[in-house]
Ligand binder design. Structure first.
Ligand SMILES: [Fe+2]
Ligand SMILES: [Fe+2]
Length: 413
């Protein structure tokens, strides 16, 4: 069992006795040193031309400000990761494929997702299309400016699901088979306290080493019925996997909801600001949708599912008996049921800028250190999203993130 610590960011990072996290820590420390170096040489120098970093071969004189190029390379990197993970969800649980052809998927997984909401397969397909379009647009935009866009295809090496519905031979960038899903965002968006003013939040549910997609047809029967309540072990396992996906969808998209405003604050050109605002707004739209659907896993009539393999249980958080968490701050404990209520899916007003100003309904966090590029990559690592990935892949992510975080805002052009 992994222990989890919550840092000031509100993002959690599992502590593990195995060597994997030590290796990540060592990479992390190396990149932090590099980041400090970049910051030390000043704003203009820190934002190295992305073309220099990624080996642009174009002779076109780039019209893109170097800092803006670094911001868009980071956005593109995140979108490529999102497109990869959403494509896996779509193969198994989506309504249509990328060409809008009907997608049979994994019938039992689809049924379990539909227990969260009947429209889940369509929403999954739409979210997948959105991410693919974000990545394609950013790739084309950077190319149009003479900058070689980040390309992660050589790192797509992971074997994904072998269950009915998934492409068994496809190689993936991301791993959805053993996730540690951070669920602290659930409290963060119900609290009057803000991580940017020092608040931290515990997990709503401890979801560790849990698949969010069916692994194979031996583990889960693709044709089993999944009634409410699931009743038998097989359907319970499949429903717990679908519920985990529901929380993972919201986790991924709340990360984008914070990241894009942070990138916007650093943009120099109005056009790049327009790109970041326009894509970022859709990430927030995604988050709001998944917040609603994921919460159905911990509301009646679906609440109470327990995974017979991992023991993960999804309680009814509208039941006052379950509305207590001793790790919440005193103020959040005093808020009582509001911290758990499952239909409270729009952000509650919270502290912003100063505790002396009135609470306001906002996206949070929006500080670099709490939700910026490096914080996002670090959180994805803690999520086990890159389990099995190479050091070279992680190094590249750290490098792109360090470049984006090092950008300092300049006078807008
Ligand atoms: Fe996106
Ligand atoms: Fe997204």
């Amino acid at each position: 069992m992994k222990k989890r610590t919550t840092n000031v960011t509100g993002l959690t990072r599992p502590q593990s006795a195995d060597g994997v996290n030590e290796e990540i820590d060592s990479n992390w420390r190396r990149l932090i040193r590099r980041r400090k170096f970049l910051q030390g040489i000043g704003a203009a120098g820190a934002a190295l031309p992305a073309a220099a970093l990624f080996g642009a071969t174009s002779t076109t004189t780039t019209k893109l400000h170097p800092g803006d190029a670094a911001l868009l390379q980071l956005a593109l990197t995140i979108e490529l990761l999102e497109a990869d993970l959403w494509q896996q969800y779509n193969e198994l649980g989506g309504a249509v494929d990328h060409n809008d052809k009907p997608n049979p998927g994994n019938p039992a997984y689809v049924a379990a997702l539909q227990n969260l909401d009947g429209d889940m397969p369509q929403y999954i397909s739409d979210n997948t299309d959105d991410e693919i379009s974000h990545a394609a647009f950013l790739t084309a935009y950077l190319t149009s400016k003479g900058v070689t866009p980040v390309n992660l295809s050589q790192y797509a090496t992971l074997q994904g699901s072998q269950a009915t519905g998934a492409n068994p031979t496809a190689r993936r960038l991301t791993n959805l088979t053993s996730l540690n899903v951070d669920t602290s965002w659930y409290f963060r968006y119900r609290s009057t306290l803000n991580p940017d003013l020092g608040a931290s939040f515990p997990q709503l549910l401890t979801i560790n080493n849990q698949p969010a997609i069916p692994l194979n047809d031996t583990d889960t029967n693709p044709n089993t019925m999944v009634p409410i309540p699931p009743g038998k072990p097989g359907p319970n396992r499949m429903q717990a996997i679908a519920n985990t996906a529901g929380f993972h969808f919201a986790y991924i998209e709340q990360g984008g909801s914070s990241l894009y405003p942070i990138l916007c604050l650093k943009a120099t050109s109005r056009e790049v600001l327009r790109i970041l605002l326009s894509i970022g707004g859709v990430e927030i739209d995604h988050f709001s949708l998944w917040h609603d659907k994921g919460a159905n896993a911990v509301a009646q009539p679906l609440a109470g599912v327990s995974d017979p393999v991992t023991g993960l249980t999804f309680p009814d958080f509208n039941n006052p008996a379950n509305q207590h968490n001793s790790q919440l701050s005193a103020a959040d404990q005093a808020a009582g049921g509001q911290m758990f209520q499952t239909n409270l899916i729009l952000p509650e007003p919270t502290q912003f800028l100063s505790a002396s100003l009135p609470p306001v309904s906002i996206i949070r966090p929006t500080l670099d250190q709490n939700g910026g590029a490096m914080a996002t990559i670090q959180s994805f690592i803690a999520d086990n999203l890159f389990k099995g990935q190479s050091d070279a892949f992680l190094e590249l992510l750290f490098e792109v993130a360090a470049q984006a975080d090092a950008v300092q805002p300049e006078e807008r052009r």
